[in-house]
Design a protein around this ligand. Sequence first.
Ligand code: ARG
Length: 584
Amino acid sequence: MEKLIDRLSAVVAEAFSAAGYDPACGRVTVSNRPDLCEFQCNGAMPAAKQHHKAPLVIAQDVVDRLQDGSVFASAEAVKPGFINLRVQPAYLAAHLEQMRQSERLGVTGERKPRGVVLDYGGPNVAKPLHIGHLRSAIIGESIKRIYRYFGDNVVGDIHLGDWGLQIGLIIAELERRKPDLPYFDESFTGPYPEEAPFTISELEEIYPTASARSKEDEPFAARAHEITFAVQQRRPGYYALWRHIMQVSVADLRKNYDNLNVSFDVWKGESDAQPYIPPMLEKLKAEGVLVESEGALVVPVAEEGDRKELPPCILVKSDGATLYATTDLATIVQRMEDYHPDKLLYLTDKRQSLHFEQVFRTARKGHLVPPETELQHIGFGTMNGKDGKPFKTRAGGVMRLETLIADIVTYVTDKIRENQTVPEDELDATARCIAIAALKYGDLSNLATKDYIFDLERFAAFEGNTGPYLLYTIVRIKSILNRCGGEGDWAMAPADSESAKALQLELAQMPDALQMAYRDSAPNVICAYAYELAGAVNRFYHETRILAEPDKQKQAGYLALIRLARRALEECIDLLGFSAPDRM
Ligand code: ARG
């Protein structure tokens, strides 16, 4: 269905045309002076240049044709040539009634759906998920939902860090501790026991220990390198251990991402890209872009006009080892083969921007992707503590995601217990729901590229620009609707107060907000919209006696309005990746 702003623009364009002016000047925008009007059109200024007339005369000619009251309650020309508009309540209500009857509140896409591969995981197996992985999961999950909402076919790939030295370190440490395991026997060929010879907590303890040991124990470090190489050659015993590490680690990762309401369609990893490396290097050689430099194989990616120096992309070191960029390029080849996407989107910390710049340029120069395939990296800022430094535990260590979530849940549980609104058996689920909203909204409401400060009290507050405030607004609407029998077929009615009209106008803007969020891959736009909408709901609620309204028809209009607001808010938070409880 057409957006309100487009409908109004069409009416004003028609008036421009009827008055003998260019209809392209009839574009209407939401007023930036809500005290004066709801919408405005500044087209008389450009029309004045075209037609060599005073803008005010043109504006007056146009508003003279907008006086029949069917669309605009008022249309005025003001100096120097602005057109100030207020929409007719009945017209607005009819528009919202259409929104109410449309399955997706009138939101439609603006372009042909795309195939997208979204890379927003990047956890490293055998290492606990930490805060660094949090932002990519939260932002990526939301972008995935937004893209899908507009019809894109999105494959979310976790892209596990499951290859490389960390595996060698773990196995070397296991070899020290449990040398009798059959896997270390040169002649091991199986069978592969189901059960892993370690638990997830052991695994998480082994890695840091091994990593520390490798820094002081030269032979141990050498052994870890040897083992890494042997795993990559798939020596059966080591390979079996690698699979155990994967299994234990992936089970734990799944649990953690589930808790965050984040999911992936594909659980591939760096290891899956390895077979694509040799043919990719051949292709880059054949394209003439891969050259030797001091024994290494590199692709020079600097271009004329670069504002900063771009070092060559190193793909094979002089000792034959491949690097992070090599794997990412091979992964591009694999993804092109598997999905033929129109777009590849990566979400990582912005400190990886140079890496992606090099990788993308190499992919272009080597024709690993067709020219029309879009390659984009969104580099996000850091989540900091109140001291402005990257978020740490109280003891100064790396904060685990699990711990962070548990801390927020505890805080929220105490809060809702005080309010005594939630029965004891719903307490935990409700607290979790609110905690995730607090965490995700706190993150997503910022521009992704900016650093932000994690502030528990502020993020978890029920008032203010927070996730819990949105939930609170939804819960409030749910409770009113329930007290009115919930499911009446209430139709939209013309607004009979300022606050009702403001809420209706806010609702009519939802498609614009979602389209902008989609266009810019920017969940923060949805946050800002949902916050405004919740504000309009609460102002309406405070100024209107909804439950006590004796006129049943009037009351039905109010109920239709808040029910539509509830749908809109729920749609928004779903796109942000969280949901509302029934009580809080
Ligand atoms: N595993 C990497 C890390 O922890 C992140 C991977 C991001 N994705 C990618 N395709 N490079 O830093």
